[in-house]
Design a protein around this ligand. Structure first.
Ligand SMILES: Nc1nc2c(c(=O)[nH]1)N[C@H]1C(S)=C(S)[C@@H](COP(=O)(O)O)O[C@H]1N2
Ligand SMILES: [Mo]
Length: 200
Protein backbone atom coordinates (compact mmCIF):
# COMPACT_ATOMS: atom_id res chain seq x y z
CA UNK A 1 0.00 0.00 0.00
CA UNK A 2 1.41 3.43 -0.92
CA UNK A 3 2.32 5.61 2.07
CA UNK A 4 0.23 8.50 0.81
CA UNK A 5 -3.12 7.84 -0.83
CA UNK A 6 -4.19 9.77 -3.90
CA UNK A 7 -5.68 13.15 -3.03
CA UNK A 8 -4.41 13.16 0.52
CA UNK A 9 -2.23 16.21 -0.02
CA UNK A 10 -5.20 18.18 -1.31
CA UNK A 11 -7.29 17.59 1.78
CA UNK A 12 -6.91 19.96 4.68
CA UNK A 13 -7.78 19.29 8.27
CA UNK A 14 -10.56 21.54 9.55
CA UNK A 15 -9.34 24.67 11.32
CA UNK A 16 -9.76 24.73 15.08
CA UNK A 17 -11.78 27.95 15.56
CA UNK A 18 -10.38 28.49 19.05
CA UNK A 19 -7.00 29.25 17.42
CA UNK A 20 -8.31 32.06 15.22
CA UNK A 21 -8.76 35.45 16.96
CA UNK A 22 -11.91 37.50 16.29
CA UNK A 23 -12.07 39.11 12.84
CA UNK A 24 -9.21 36.99 11.45
CA UNK A 25 -9.16 34.41 8.61
CA UNK A 26 -6.66 31.60 8.08
CA UNK A 27 -4.05 32.25 5.39
CA UNK A 28 -2.10 29.30 3.93
CA UNK A 29 0.52 31.38 2.12
CA UNK A 30 3.01 33.65 3.86
CA UNK A 31 2.30 37.24 2.76
CA UNK A 32 5.09 39.82 2.83
CA UNK A 33 4.21 43.17 4.43
CA UNK A 34 6.98 45.76 4.45
CA UNK A 35 6.65 49.52 4.78
CA UNK A 36 9.78 50.05 2.67
CA UNK A 37 12.43 48.20 0.68
CA UNK A 38 14.16 45.12 2.09
CA UNK A 39 17.44 46.35 3.59
CA UNK A 40 20.74 44.75 2.63
CA UNK A 41 22.56 43.57 5.74
CA UNK A 42 26.28 42.85 6.05
CA UNK A 43 26.61 40.09 8.67
CA UNK A 44 30.18 41.17 9.48
CA UNK A 45 28.83 44.47 10.71
CA UNK A 46 25.51 43.23 12.09
CA UNK A 47 25.07 43.69 15.81
CA UNK A 48 22.12 43.17 18.09
CA UNK A 49 22.00 45.67 20.96
CA UNK A 50 20.08 46.20 24.16
CA UNK A 51 20.42 49.75 25.43
CA UNK A 52 18.47 52.65 26.93
CA UNK A 53 17.24 52.64 30.52
CA UNK A 54 19.40 49.76 31.66
CA UNK A 55 22.34 49.63 34.07
CA UNK A 56 24.64 48.09 31.45
CA UNK A 57 24.11 47.94 27.69
CA UNK A 58 24.78 44.71 25.82
CA UNK A 59 25.49 43.78 22.22
CA UNK A 60 26.16 40.63 20.23
CA UNK A 61 27.91 40.13 16.92
CA UNK A 62 26.27 37.67 14.49
CA UNK A 63 28.66 34.94 15.70
CA UNK A 64 27.98 35.69 19.34
CA UNK A 65 24.24 35.75 18.72
CA UNK A 66 24.37 32.38 16.93
CA UNK A 67 26.37 30.93 19.86
CA UNK A 68 23.59 31.76 22.36
CA UNK A 69 21.15 28.99 23.39
CA UNK A 70 18.74 28.44 20.48
CA UNK A 71 15.08 27.42 20.61
CA UNK A 72 12.91 25.93 17.87
CA UNK A 73 9.16 26.38 18.37
CA UNK A 74 5.86 26.37 16.48
CA UNK A 75 3.36 29.21 16.92
CA UNK A 76 0.43 30.95 15.22
CA UNK A 77 0.85 34.50 13.88
CA UNK A 78 -1.84 37.16 13.45
CA UNK A 79 -1.58 40.23 11.19
CA UNK A 80 -3.78 43.24 11.84
CA UNK A 81 -4.76 43.14 8.12
CA UNK A 82 -6.75 40.06 9.27
CA UNK A 83 -4.72 37.07 8.17
CA UNK A 84 -3.71 34.42 10.66
CA UNK A 85 -1.15 31.77 9.81
CA UNK A 86 -1.20 28.63 11.94
CA UNK A 87 1.73 26.41 12.92
CA UNK A 88 4.70 28.49 11.83
CA UNK A 89 8.06 27.08 12.95
CA UNK A 90 10.99 29.30 13.88
CA UNK A 91 14.45 29.06 15.44
CA UNK A 92 16.10 31.78 17.46
CA UNK A 93 17.08 33.16 20.84
CA UNK A 94 14.52 33.94 23.54
CA UNK A 95 14.50 37.59 24.63
CA UNK A 96 14.76 36.16 28.17
CA UNK A 97 18.19 34.80 27.18
CA UNK A 98 19.26 38.23 25.87
CA UNK A 99 18.06 39.96 29.06
CA UNK A 100 19.64 37.44 31.46
CA UNK A 101 21.84 39.29 33.95
CA UNK A 102 20.72 42.72 32.73
CA UNK A 103 18.49 44.89 34.89
CA UNK A 104 16.12 46.97 32.77
CA UNK A 105 15.18 50.25 34.43
CA UNK A 106 12.02 50.83 32.39
CA UNK A 107 8.83 48.93 31.63
CA UNK A 108 8.73 49.56 27.85
CA UNK A 109 10.81 48.73 24.81
CA UNK A 110 11.38 50.59 21.55
CA UNK A 111 12.48 48.12 18.91
CA UNK A 112 14.62 49.46 16.05
CA UNK A 113 15.70 47.94 12.78
CA UNK A 114 17.79 48.25 9.67
CA UNK A 115 15.68 50.37 7.33
CA UNK A 116 14.32 52.60 10.10
CA UNK A 117 11.18 50.73 11.21
CA UNK A 118 10.35 50.94 14.90
CA UNK A 119 7.70 49.48 17.18
CA UNK A 120 6.99 49.77 20.90
CA UNK A 121 5.91 47.15 23.40
CA UNK A 122 5.59 46.66 27.14
CA UNK A 123 8.73 44.86 28.31
CA UNK A 124 6.47 42.29 30.00
CA UNK A 125 5.33 41.13 26.52
CA UNK A 126 8.91 40.21 25.59
CA UNK A 127 9.67 38.05 28.65
CA UNK A 128 8.53 34.72 30.13
CA UNK A 129 9.24 32.75 26.97
CA UNK A 130 6.88 34.74 24.76
CA UNK A 131 9.29 36.55 22.41
CA UNK A 132 12.39 35.66 20.41
CA UNK A 133 14.88 37.06 17.95
CA UNK A 134 14.61 34.46 15.18
CA UNK A 135 16.88 33.71 12.23
CA UNK A 136 15.28 30.55 10.79
CA UNK A 137 11.83 29.93 9.39
CA UNK A 138 10.71 26.38 8.65
CA UNK A 139 14.23 24.99 9.08
CA UNK A 140 15.94 27.38 6.66
CA UNK A 141 17.62 30.78 7.05
CA UNK A 142 14.98 33.49 7.39
CA UNK A 143 14.41 34.95 3.88
CA UNK A 144 15.31 38.67 3.62
CA UNK A 145 11.75 39.66 2.73
CA UNK A 146 10.53 38.05 5.97
CA UNK A 147 13.14 39.86 8.07
CA UNK A 148 16.39 37.96 7.53
CA UNK A 149 18.98 37.82 8.84
CA UNK A 150 16.95 38.20 12.06
CA UNK A 151 13.59 39.50 13.22
CA UNK A 152 11.77 39.89 16.46
CA UNK A 153 8.93 37.40 16.91
CA UNK A 154 6.15 38.18 19.39
CA UNK A 155 3.43 35.79 18.25
CA UNK A 156 0.88 36.64 20.96
CA UNK A 157 0.62 40.23 19.62
CA UNK A 158 -0.36 41.45 16.14
CA UNK A 159 2.45 40.76 13.70
CA UNK A 160 3.45 44.42 13.19
CA UNK A 161 5.16 44.13 16.60
CA UNK A 162 7.41 41.40 15.15
CA UNK A 163 9.99 43.80 13.73
CA UNK A 164 11.91 42.52 10.72
CA UNK A 165 15.66 43.20 10.35
CA UNK A 166 15.79 43.91 14.09
CA UNK A 167 18.99 45.47 15.41
CA UNK A 168 18.15 46.74 18.84
CA UNK A 169 15.88 46.88 21.83
CA UNK A 170 15.94 50.19 23.68
CA UNK A 171 14.49 50.04 27.18
CA UNK A 172 12.33 53.11 27.90
CA UNK A 173 10.59 54.44 31.00
CA UNK A 174 7.64 55.85 29.03
CA UNK A 175 5.83 54.05 26.17
CA UNK A 176 7.07 55.73 22.96
CA UNK A 177 4.95 55.01 19.87
CA UNK A 178 6.77 53.40 16.93
CA UNK A 179 6.16 53.55 13.17
CA UNK A 180 2.62 52.15 12.96
CA UNK A 181 1.69 53.24 16.48
CA UNK A 182 2.34 56.89 15.53
CA UNK A 183 -0.03 56.22 12.63
CA UNK A 184 -2.81 55.20 15.02
CA UNK A 185 -2.19 51.53 15.71
CA UNK A 186 -2.50 50.17 19.22
CA UNK A 187 0.23 50.54 21.82
CA UNK A 188 -0.02 46.83 22.72
CA UNK A 189 -1.91 44.98 19.94
CA UNK A 190 -3.44 41.89 21.52
CA UNK A 191 -5.29 40.07 18.67
CA UNK A 192 -7.61 38.26 21.11
CA UNK A 193 -8.86 41.65 22.33
CA UNK A 194 -8.82 43.14 18.83
CA UNK A 195 -6.47 45.91 19.96
CA UNK A 196 -6.03 47.19 16.41
CA UNK A 197 -6.10 50.97 16.85
CA UNK A 198 -4.85 53.26 19.60
CA UNK A 199 -8.49 53.99 20.50
CA UNK A 200 -9.53 50.28 20.85
N1 LIG B 1 11.34 46.32 9.84
C1 LIG B 1 10.04 46.06 9.58
N2 LIG B 1 9.41 45.15 10.32
C2 LIG B 1 8.12 44.86 10.08
C3 LIG B 1 7.39 45.54 9.08
C4 LIG B 1 8.09 46.50 8.31
O1 LIG B 1 7.53 47.15 7.41
N3 LIG B 1 9.42 46.74 8.59
N4 LIG B 1 6.06 45.26 8.88
C5 LIG B 1 5.33 44.67 10.01
C6 LIG B 1 4.03 44.18 9.64
S1 LIG B 1 2.77 45.30 9.48
C7 LIG B 1 3.77 42.85 9.52
S2 LIG B 1 2.22 42.24 9.28
C8 LIG B 1 4.88 41.87 9.56
C9 LIG B 1 4.92 41.14 8.24
O2 LIG B 1 5.92 40.17 8.26
P1 LIG B 1 6.12 39.29 6.97
O3 LIG B 1 6.43 40.21 5.84
O4 LIG B 1 7.20 38.33 7.30
O5 LIG B 1 4.80 38.58 6.73
O6 LIG B 1 6.15 42.46 9.78
C10 LIG B 1 6.13 43.55 10.65
N5 LIG B 1 7.50 43.94 10.85
MO1 LIG C 1 0.76 43.94 9.51
Amino acid sequence: MPPISRGFRGRRPPVDPTRVPPGQYVERDFPVLSAGPTPRVDLDRWQLSIDGAIDRAASWSWEQFRALPQETFTVDIHCVTKWTKLDTTWTGVAVDTLLAGLSPGGAFVSVWCDGGYTTNLPLADLTDGRAWVVHEYDGAPLPPEHGGPARLLVPHLYFWKSAKWVRGLTITVADEPGFWERGGYHRRGDPWREERYWSD
